[in-house]
Design a protein around this ligand. Structure first.
Ligand code: UD1
Ligand code: CA
Length: 461
C-alpha cells in the first residue's frame, strides 16, 4: 500500500457564520467540526496529518493538540494557497495525500477509505469525491467532457449558466498523488471572480498535463454537507444526531424519539438501555445496560450503572452505581460517586460527595463535600453546611446513620455510625456512633395562651 497523508484546510474565517468563534470550532453534537474531520480521516491510517490554520488558530491547536501538525496560513488567499502552506513539510513525500475541509464534519471514515481505495486502484493523479446535490447552489461544479471524464471544477461564482445546471458537485475532498499536487499548485493563479488561489484549479492543470484525473461519486449528499452558515450547521447537527441514534438503536438501545434525543459521538450505551425524549447525553458518558434515562435529562461525562433510572435530572462528571434511582428534578454536580441501590429524590443537589450503597436522600437536600456511608437515611431538607465564605469543609456520615428532617450539618463534622439526629438539629460537633443527638431549642407549651394573646391584641386596637 502507498503511504497516506492528509491535509486539513481549516484557516478560513467563516464570515458567513457571523460569529466570533472560529468557524471550524463550531460544534456539531458537542464536538468541533474540525475534530470530527480529523478523527474520521485519521481512522483510515495515515503517516502524517497537517492542519492549515489561520486567524484564531490557538484555539484550534488547543482542541486538536498533538493529533496533527499545524501550518499557518497568515492571509486567507484561497484553498490552493492554503494547501501551499504545507509545501515545506510535504512536497517531497511519495504517496497519496487526501485534502479535506474542516467544515465538512459528516464525511465518514468509510467514505474516506473508499476514496483512497478508488484513487489507488485507478492509479489516478487526482480523485475528487463528488456527489449529486439536490440544490448545488454555492458548490463547485464538476465539469465532464463527452467521454464523461472529469475535465475541471468550476466554482459557483465563476460558472456559466450552463455550468450552473450541473448537479454533480465537488465535496471539497480529494486524493492526490502528493508530488503531482505540489507540482500543479505552482501553476495556480488567482485570476477568478473571487481573486483567490483555488485548489480546484489543480484538476484542470493536471488534466492539461495528461495526468489521470477521476471522480469517486457517492450517493449520500447529506454526508458531504459543507457548513458555511448556521442553517447548514443545524442541518449537520440533525444528520449527525440521527446517524448516532440509529447506530445505538441497531446496537439494542431503545430511543423513544430519535429526533428529540441528543447523544454525542463518544458516548457508549449498552444494550437494553432506554432513552426517553428530551435527553442530552454527552462527553465520555457510559450508560450501562437496562438503565433508563430521561425524559428531559442532561448527562455529561457520567457513568450510569445497570438498571439505574435518571428522570428529569442533570448529572455531570459523576459516577452512578447500579439500580440507583435519581429524580425527578435532581442535580448531580461534579465528583459525585453514588453507590449501588442508592436513591436521590426530587430537589436534591449532590456535589463532590460519596454516597454509599443503599443510602437515601429522598427530598429537598444539599449534600456537598461529603462522605456518606451505606444505608444512611438523609431526611428531607438536610443541608451539609460546607462553606464558610472562604473554605469548604467535609461532612462525614457513617454507615446506618439516620439524619432527621431539616438538619444542618455544619462541617467539618462527623456523624457516627448508626447514630440518630433529631429533626431540626443544627449539628456543630461530632456525633459519636450509636448516639441520639438533639440540637434545637426545647419546646415549651403555654396552655390557654393563644386566646389570651388574641384578646390582648384586640384591646390594643
Ligand atoms: C470549496 C470548494 C468548492 C466545494 C466546496 C465544498 C474551492 C475553491 N472551492 O468551496 O469547489 O464545492 O468547498 O464544501 O476550493 N480555507 C482555508 N484557507 C483559505 C480558504 C479556505 O484554509 O484561504 C478552508 C476553510 O477553512 C474551509 C475550507 O478551506 O474549511 C473550504 O473553504 P470555503 O471558503 O468554505 O470554500 P467553499 O466556498 O465552501
Ligand atoms: Ca465550505
Amino acid at each position: 500500500m502507498k503511504k497516506r497523508y492528509a491535509i486539513i484546510l481549516a484557516a478560513g474565517q467563516g464570515t458567513r457564520m457571523k460569529s466570533k468563534l472560529y468557524k471550524v470550532l463550531h460544534p456539531v453534537l458537542g464536538k468541533p467540526m474540525v475534530q470530527h474531520v480529523l478523527e474520521q480521516v485519521k481512522a483510515v491510517g495515515l503517516e502524517e496529518v497537517v492542519t492549515v490554520v489561520g486567524f484564531g488558530s490557538d484555539k484550534v491547536k488547543e482542541h486538536l493538540g498533538d493529533h496533527t501538525k499545524f501550518v499557518l496560513q497568515e492571509e486567507q488567499l484561497g484553498t490552493g494557497h492554503a494547501v501551499m502552506q504545507a509545501e515545506e513539510l510535504m512536497k517531497n513525500k511519495k504517496g497519496t495525500t487526501i485534502v479535506v475541509c474542516g467544515d465538512t464534519p459528516l464525511i465518514t471514515q468509510e467514505t474516506f477509505a473508499k476514496l483512497f481505495e478508488h484513487h489507488e486502484n485507478e492509479e489516478s493523479k487526482a480523485t475528487i469525491l463528488t456527489v449529486k446535490a439536490p440544490n448545488p447552489t454555492g458548490y463547485g461544479r464538476v465539469i465532464r467532457n463527452e467521454q464523461n471524464e472529469v475535465e475541471r471544477i468550476v466554482e459557483h461564482k465563476d460558472a456559466s449558466p450552463d455550468e450552473l445546471l450541473v448537479a454533480e458537485i465537488n465535496t471539497g475532498t480529494y486524493c492526490f498523488d502528493n508530488e503531482a499536487l505540489f507540482d500543479a499548485l505552482q501553476s495556480v493563479s488567482n485570476n477568478n471572480s473571487q481573486g483567490e488561489y483555488y485548489l480546484t484549479d489543480v484538476i484542470e492543470i493536471l488534466k492539461g498535463k495528461s495526468a489521470k484525473v477521476t471522480a469517486y461519486q457517492i450517493d449520500n449528499f447529506e454526508e458531504t454537507l459543507g457548513v458555511n452558515d448556521r442553517v447548514a450547521l443545524a442541518q449537520a447537527e440533525k444528520t449527525m444526531k440521527l446517524r448516532i441514534n440509529e447506530n445505538h438503536m441497531r446496537n439494542g438501545v431503545t430511543i423513544m424519539d430519535p429526533e428529540n434525543t441528543y447523544i454525542q459521538p463518544d458516548v457508549v450505551i449498552e444494550s437494553d438501555a432506554v432513552i426517553y425524549p428530551g435527553t442530552i447525553i454527552g462527553g465520555k458518558s457510559i450508560i450501562r445496560g437496562n438503565a433508563v434515562i430521561g425524559p428531559n435529562s442532561e448527562i455529561q461525562n457520567c457513568e450510569i450503572g445497570e438498571y439505574s433510572v435518571v428522570k428529569q435530572s442533570v448529572a455531570t462528571d459523576s459516577k452512578i452505581g447500579d439500580r440507583v434511582n435519581i429524580g425527578p428534578f435532581a442535580h448531580i454536580r461534579p465528583d459525585a460517586n453514588i453507590g449501588d441501590d442508592a436513591k436521590i429524590g426530587n430537589f436534591v443537589e449532590i456535589k463532590k460527595a460519596e454516597l454509599g450503597q443503599g443510602s437515601k436522600v429522598s427530598h429537598l437536600s444539599y449534600i456537598g463535600d461529603a462522605k456518606v456511608g451505606s444505608n444512611v437515611n438523609v431526611g428531607c431538607g438536610t443541608i451539609t453546611v460546607n462553606y464558610d465564605g472562604k473554605n469548604k469543609y467535609l461532612t462525614t456520615i457513617e454507615d446506618d446513620a439516620f439524619i432527621g428532617c431539616n438538619s444542618n450539618l455544619v462541617a467539618p463534622v462527623t456523624i457516627g455510625k448508626g447514630s440518630f439526629i433529631a429533626a431540626g438539629s443544627t449539628i456543630t460537633k461530632d456525633v459519636p456512633s450509636d448516639a441520639l443527638s438533639v440540637a434545637r431549642a426545647r419546646q415549651s407549651n403555654k396552655e390557654g395562651y393563644a386566646s389570651r394573646l388574641k384578646n390582648r391584641l384586640k384591646d390594643n386596637n
